[in-house]
Design a protein around this ligand. Structure first.
Ligand code: AMP
Length: 191
């Protein structure tokens, strides 16, 4: 089983590259941002709870996120593997994911980090905001908050996987297909 974490700041291209990766490697995509947005559009209690955090660009509490991921993993059968996108975002989430997978005799194969400079991220997110309808992409101060949250709360997750010898880095600026080839080269080392 190939279980990947695709890591990187908001706007790094995780969603775009995940779509290509799941097609080539036949993995199940678990994007916690997408799952929350689905809850939001369906008006569930979970969606209502998540909204106030998402609108400000803050993290939804760990236990809420972990419960949602546990549910998704547990209800998926016959998967060749998972690609986690936008999760884990705190060290506590990473530890919980390890524990959750261990119970199912699974483990994370590797984490790949997409590296993109800050000014490029802001440009990309504002551009996405013109069409995505996402409130958190339309306001520069919210974007800045998301980048600060990433640097303070999420970046330590990269150290967590590096300590386990599971971290690889890929330059995330350039042609989408070139970046995908670089990602695939890293994934092929794990498979
Ligand atoms: P994303 O689409 O990954 O940028 O996520 C959008 C928003 O959903 C984030 O700004 C958070 O408010 C929330 N979110 C998504 N994934 C997580 C996570 N793993 N932990 C906490 N909050 C999350």
């Amino acid at each position: 089983m190939l279980n990947l974490v695709l890591f990187g700041p908001p706007g790094a291209g995780k969603g775009t590259q995940s779509a290509k990766i799941i097609e080539r490697y036949q993995l199940i995509h678990i994007s916690t941002g997408d799952l929350f947005r689905k809850h939001l559009s369906e008006g569930t209690e979970l969606g209502k709870l998540a909204r106030k955090y998402m609108d400000e660009g803050n993290l939804v509490p760990d236990e809420v996120v972990i419960g949602m991921v546990d549910d998704k993993i547990s209800t998926t059968t016959g998967a060749r593997g998972f690609i986690f996108d936008g999760f884990p975002r705190t060290v506590h989430q990473a530890e919980s994911l390890d524990a959750l997978l261990a119970k199912k005799e699974k483990t994370i194969s590797g984490m790949i980090m997409l590296e993109v400079p800050n000014d490029e991220l802001v440009t990309r997110l504002l551009k996405r905001g013109e069409t995505s309808g996402r409130a958190d992409d339309q306001d520069e101060s919210k974007i800045q908050n998301r980048l600060n949250v990433y640097n303070e709360e999420t970046l330590p997750v990269a150290d967590y996987y590096q300590q386990q010898g599971k971290l690889a880095k890929v330059h995330g600026v350039g042609e989408i297909d070139t970046i995908f080839n670089d990602l695939s080269a890293q994934i092929d080392k794990l498979a």
